[in-house]
Design a protein around this ligand. Structure first.
Ligand code: GLA
Length: 384
């Protein structure tokens, strides 16, 4: 189905109408974890896994959504769109529709086909890819073009307000605005960004621990609450601190004793991670790969020990990678508690690195991991 021509035929045969087709990528975050909702910095790249959305208009007042991945079709009436989530994959496209309605749009009838190869529940933002692909498809039908950052914000709202996941802006932003062969340093306060070229001889090797990761509910949400509680303590003394983005390590030294031990550790991760992320972007831009790798290693330790968002499997994947030839830097990527590690690896060594890492991990953990050699890809777009 990678072939858009096949996808087009599939849509045509099912709905008897030619679709307009849009693609939105998943992402891998090089550094900057749980900093986005603290209005800090992140540095993700879009990757060459994506969701395709094919759309054609209907005249019967229905919205019919078909997922090729789930081989399931669901039908809704434009006059009675669901107002809340049903804990089903259709929550993501319906969430986008709900936000577009709240922006004043009237949603017409349409047929939507979806297919994606972003591994699900792996911390590679399959949800954001689905939201952004749907948003591009539906807005094209409406004849509306939103700038990428605005589209990303609408999709984040779909996830926050409809799906019920308290995620930040990173995933939707990079899916909508990624640039081929570049990582993107995003300031999550004002959504300004700079692109950092990833050298041609560097591969993004993504190793899936096969431990499922989820953002809805659970540990992601409780970590976010601990971060916000730490911020509230500092804001009690320095009201200008609205998010941990505004706080410093000195603040923790002064007022950390007023926080729970967990809040203190979570805040130390977020504050130091912001500094590391900006430094990592500068290192990448000046081509200092050994400094970038050092910062990624430090970020993993902080994520694992202070933020306690890692797991035995991810820690093992990172420490095995650290001993392999060609590694520049390795860390757990994404929301945490499973999912994938990102390994920056010298391109010439990438295939051997991937094979060795998979073998060592399987021998030690007893699970065969999926290891993908990826490249930074462009953001969401219409296919011709
Ligand atoms: C998930 C969320 C993002 C971000 C990361 C952690 O991917 O969707 O907004 O918070 O976790 O960095």
């Amino acid at each position: 189905m990678h072939d858009p021509a096949l996808f087009r035929t599939m849509h045509f045969e099912r709905f008897q109408a030619p679709p307009a087709i849009f693609a939105a990528p998943g992402r891998v975050n090089l550094i900057g974890e749980h900093t986005d909702y603290a209005e800090g910095f992140v540095m993700p790249a879009a990757i060459d896994f994506a969701t395709l959305a094919g759309i054609s208009p209907r005249t019967d007042g229905k919205i019919v959504i078909y997922s090729e991945n789930y081989s399931t079709e669901r039908t809704f009436e434009t006059s009675a769109l669901p107002a809340s989530a049903a804990h089903h994959w259709t929550d993501y496209p319906l969430g986008v529709l709900s936000i577009l309605v709240s922006e004043g749009h009237t949603i017409p009838g349409f047929s939507l086909s979806l297919w994606g190869d972003v591994p699900l529940g792996s911390g590679l933002s399959s949800s954001a890819a689905l939201e952004v692909a749907t948003a591009l498809a539906v807005t094209s039908l409406l004849g509306v073009t939103y700038p990428g950052p605005v589209l990303a914000r609408l999709c984040q709202r779909a996830e926050n307000e409809f799906v019920g996941a308290s995620c930040g802006i990173m995933d939707q932003f990079i899916s909508a605005n990624g640039a081929k062969d570049h990582a993107l340093l995003l300031d999550c306060r004002d959504l300004s960004f700079i692109l950092a070229p990833i050298p041609e001889n560097v591969a993004l090797v993504i190793a899936n621990t096969m431990v499922k990761h989820a953002v809805v509910g659970g540990e992601y949400t409780s970590r976010r609450a601990e971060v916000e509680a730490a911020c509230a303590v500092i804001a009690g003394h320095r009201p200008e601190v609205r998010f941990l983005r505004d706080a410093t390590v000195d603040d923790l030294e002064q007022w950390g004793h007023e926080m729970t031990p967990n809040s203190l550790k979570r805040a130390r991760h977020v504050i130091t991670e912001n500094l590391r992320t900006v430094a990592a972007a500068q290192a990448l831009i000046r081509g200092d790969l050994s400094e970038l790798g050092r910062l990624m290693a430090e970020a993993h330790l902080s994520y694992s020990q202070d933020f306690e968002a890692s797991c035995v499997e991810a820690d093992t994947m990172v420490s095995l990678a650290n001993n392999l030839p060609g590694l520049i830097g390795a860390r757990l990527t994404g929301g945490g508690f499973g999912g994938c590690t990102i390994n920056l690896v010298e391109q010439s060594q990438a295939a051997a690195f991937a094979a060795s890492l998979a073998g060592l991990y399987a021998a030690q953990i007893g699970i065969v991991p999926q290891v993908h050699i990826c490249h930074a890809s462009g953001g969401a777009h219409r296919l011709q």
